[in-house]
Design a protein around this ligand. Sequence first.
Ligand SMILES: [Zn+2]
Length: 132
Amino acid sequence: MAALVDDADREMADVPNSMKGHRACLRCGLVKCFDQFYAEGCENCPFLELAERQDRVQSCTTSNFEGMVAMMKPDDSWVARWEGISRNLPGVYAMRLEGEMPPQIMQFLRDKRISCRATAPGEGGSQIPPQG
Ligand SMILES: [Zn+2]
């Protein structure tokens, strides 16, 4: 994997280290294994405080997602622009995800004006929020 990255010393998010137990962060769509979220949290979303909190990992990530894209250069990737994730670290991202962020976290994100790929309960399907 690392050989594909020409600027290899650049910081990047963990990539999944096994083919099962994948979960996607509901905020940014980063795909990792449950254990990786539990060990390190989400590199893009430190404010979610996922590390070492099993309940948080459970509620802020989802196993219900479709497709994965490996994004190595967020700044000039059309995939990244399309996904609205160009400000995230290079890593593996879900193309589509289903899930509901806990309402109190959704509220926190709104207060901080942080975009979120998942919706709060009752707000309908997953959609990419406008960046701004
Ligand atoms: Zn995230």
